[in-house]
Design a protein around this ligand. Structure first.
Ligand code: 4AD
Ligand code: MG
Length: 455
């Protein structure tokens, strides 16, 4: 079925003339002589205004019963719009009702809450807000590939089912097969040993970086952490570049360049949708994104950050002490009140970071970095990796991890080991940042969080 997308019409300088358009009716107003239909096909935020004169073919069967939510096919001429706000409108010559909508279509009214929209996840992409969110999500996925491909990085598909816990935090979903209601274990286990859904593709990514030099992964990751926050999902997507012959400094440079690239691309390619977010979701969004695009970021060590937070005089819910993790409120203080810009904190105490991070010469800290952004906190977490065989083995032991589970990872240090570094960008955190949407659930098509896996 040939059709012209609404975006191709409304974004065009010259009228495309005769077209066939298909979409869903947002609103309809009938008068004696004609009807006005606002048609949306999801290709852009704006609706196409359709004028259907009474008496055209299909008017009685196509236009009259087309309620909000119904789908229609309209053939007609694109003509200059009489009304304000848009260049073109469609003068219908023929209308066909494709699918009627029942009277209780849940998106009749404007301004539903995000919570209500989550309860109708199968219809929420039809709304202005979620249509915009998921167009931006698609564009950002494309831009991420573009960013890495243009820099010569190789895209690697790391496995979703894995036997190793990358972060060593034990927050994994187990993969099992069943015999009726009975879970198969031990000898019966499908893969011959316990397996899990991956929490990160990093360890596998490192092996490919230590062969192809610059790689990235982009795929789903899973965490069984029982965090009920607006920033944690049980299933989310992560982008993990890994670079051989690379240290922490170059790693931080890449993370900053990537954030700037993506923000800049969103401002350009998603201008209409971002304008909508700026008006209805977060009034400071565009100003903040332009600032991030144009200005340089800050960098401080963890130790400096702790001193700065202690001296701030700010009342925090969680304590600030060397050796403790920075909480979201601390991260947000740094980026929103102190520096007022994205900030990378690096060189964390080794005790609060995973086994794979490279030990610094001070013996106390590791070459870790977290990139924090206003409104969210951590958006990127990364490090230089421990490439020295004996130090890595000692790290595993210090973290109470069984070396035999990581033998292939340790082996990488036996044969031509090289300094290497990488990071993970949480895709949904990036989307929250770019759209101003405050809850991670609302940038995920079908969110999975503790206690919730609907649709
Ligand atoms: O800081 P994390 O745990 O780092 C890693 O997984 C490393 N293996 C990455 C690497 O060095 N290759 O996670 C990386 C990022 C976080 O900064 C955050 O943006 C996101 O992933 N993230 C989550 N996003 C949504 N829901 C969750 N539960 C998340 N946990 C982490
Ligand atoms: Mg982290």
């Amino acid at each position: 079925m040939f059709r012209t997308r609404v975006v191709e019409i409304l974004g065009n300088e010259t009228s495309p003339g005769k077209v066939t358009v298909m979409g869903w009716v947002r609103t309809k107003r009938d008068s004696k002589a004609f009807s006005f239909l606002e048609l949306n096909d999801g290709s852009c935020l704006a609706n196409l205004q359709v004028v259907a004169d009474a008496g055209i073919p299909g008017y009685e069967e196509g236009v009259m019963p087309a309620r909000t939510g119904a789908s229609v096919k309209v053939e007609g001429m694109i003509v200059p719009s009489q009304g304000q706000g848009q260049r073109w409108e469609l003068q219908a010559v023929k209308v066909e009702l494709l699918g009627a909508a029942e009277e209780d279509y849940p998106l009749q009214k404007k301004g539903h809450s995000m919570e209500f929209m989550r309860s109708i996840a199968h219809l929420r992409p039809r709304s202005n807000l979620f249509g915009a969110v998921f167009r931006v999500r698609s564009r950002m996925a494309y831009s991420i590939h573009r960013f890495f491909q243009e820099r010569g990085f190789v895209y690697v598909h790391t496995p979703i089912i894995t036997a190793s816990d990358c972060e060593g935090a034990g927050e994994m979903f187990r993969v099992v097969t069943m015999d009726g209601e009975v879970v198969k274990t031990g000898e019966e286990e499908f893969f011959g040993k316990p397996t899990y859904l991956t929490v990160s593709g990093q360890l596998e990514g490192e092996t490919f970086a230590c062969a192809l030099s610059d790689i990235y992964t982009f795929g789903p990751t899973f965490r069984a952490e029982n965090s009920h926050t607006s920033r944690h999902a049980s299933e989310f997507w992560m982008i993990e570049p890994e670079m051989a012959f690379c240290d922490l400094l170059a790693d931080m440079d890449l993370a900053e360049a990537m954030i700037k690239f993506l923000v800049s691309d969103a401002l350009e390619a998603c201008a209409e949708d971002l304008g909508f977010f700026n008006q209805f979701v977060d009034k400071g969004l565009l100003e903040r994104l332009k600032f991030v695009r144009d200005r340089s970021f800050e960098r401080i060590t963890y130790t400096e950050a702790v001193d700065l937070l202690k001296a701030s005089g700010e009342k925090f819910e969680y304590p600030v002490e060397y050796g403790l993790n920075l909480q979201s409120e601390h991260e947000r203080y740094l980026t929103e009140k102190h520096f007022r810009c994205p900030t990378t904190v690096y060189n964390y105490p080794k005790e609060i970071k995973p086994f794979y991070m490279r030990k610094n010469d001070d013996g106390k800290t590791v070459a870790a970095m977290d990139l924090l952004v206003p409104g969210i906190g951590e958006i990127v977490g990364g490090s230089q990796r421990e490439e020295r065989l004996e130090v890595l083995r000692a790290n595993l032991a210090e973290h109470g991890l069984d070396e035999s589970h990581y033998d292939w990872y340790v082996d990488l240090r036996r044969y031509g080991t090289v300094p290497h570094a990488g990071f993970g960008l949480g895709f949904e955190r990036l989307l929250m940042f770019v759209t101003g949407v405050a809850n991670i659930r609302d940038v995920i098509p079908f969110p999975r969080t503790p206690g919730a896996a609907d649709f």
